[in-house]
Design a protein around this ligand. Sequence first.
Ligand SMILES: Nc1ncnc2c1ncn2[C@@H]1O[C@H](COP(=O)(O)OP(=O)(O)OP(=O)(O)O)[C@@H](O)[C@H]1O
Ligand SMILES: [Mg+2]
Length: 336
Amino acid sequence: MEGRQSTGSPLSPLASHYEIDDWVWHKDDREGYRRSRVLSVDNFRDSIIVAADGPSGASQAVRKSDVRPFYDVGEERTFQDCTEMVHLDDANILDNLRKRYSKDEIYTYTANVLLAVNPYKSVRRLYSREEMEKYWGKNPGSLPPHPYAIADVAYRRMQRNRKNQALVISGESGAGKTETAKITMHYLTSMSRTDVEHGNKIQEKIVKANPILESFGNASTVMNMNSSRFGKYNEMMFDRVGSLVGAGIKTFLLESSRVVFQQHGEKNYHVFYELLAGMDEEFLDRLMLEREESYKLLHSSGTPPLQDGSPETQRLAKQFEELKYALSLFINEEEQ
Ligand SMILES: Nc1ncnc2c1ncn2[C@@H]1O[C@H](COP(=O)(O)OP(=O)(O)OP(=O)(O)O)[C@@H](O)[C@H]1O
Ligand SMILES: [Mg+2]
């Protein structure tokens, strides 16, 4: 191209990738990848000098392996499936996810894998009954990426091929695995055919099992205020016509040491705080507990004691009521 000059040997395969004045992504500690312009290419040292985009525009030498091609489609255009992109590398995938995230489009496909970026806020329009109906029986490519679409494909395949289906949800702590599992299970329980006699009861039990699991198995950590401290395998069973007929949960590797010790800034399992906040005075007396007391097992890692009537205590008391109701669906009052 006129006005462009490459300092690399034409025989070097790397040299042909980048030329002076090209826009590229280069690795950046803070932003992941940063948009920059190539100032010079040194093939002997395997380095490229780039000047960062933006007012600071400082130049720096970076390794070629830390540089990715920049593919300009404008700030507005995004790809709902990353495989449609010209350059399928980490920098361009991150850029696509970032642009989508800024428009509250938190889901993106990479072929038949769904990537979810945790919005850390409620994006209500994504999870309504109407939204569920849109995805029911539809080709996943014809609608925006969504866990409903993935759940729907699994349901259809199960019916068509008469084979068990599995959804694997993975990610680091706080990524949104538990929430995504609940979203898919909610879709399957709400939309699948129900056995008239047992259907509603099973649906309610599946949904209400979550508060029990979370009270006894989730805790506040530095990564996530509602971190699952155990692995979980949820099963849903359907009959030949696709009606939900049963469900089960297997749990693995509960972090039991948390009951007696928590790292600084972390808490014990939710249930202990919910008990203190939600039990009436008489019951607390019987157990020789006091709501506002600072207990070694619950408060020694920097968690302040509860304050009667505070919004946090009220929130925990509400969760305790939910827990009691959920337990009543599974076991009778005496066992509780
Ligand atoms: N789709 C979503 N919409 C809104 N908020 C979300 C969504 N997914 C996750 N969150 C928020 O992020 C928090 C952490 O998500 P979640 O508990 O699902 O993470 P996780 O991957 O299960 O983490 P851990 O491995 O620690 O259990 C949730 O409590 C919720 O506030
Ligand atoms: Mg979790």
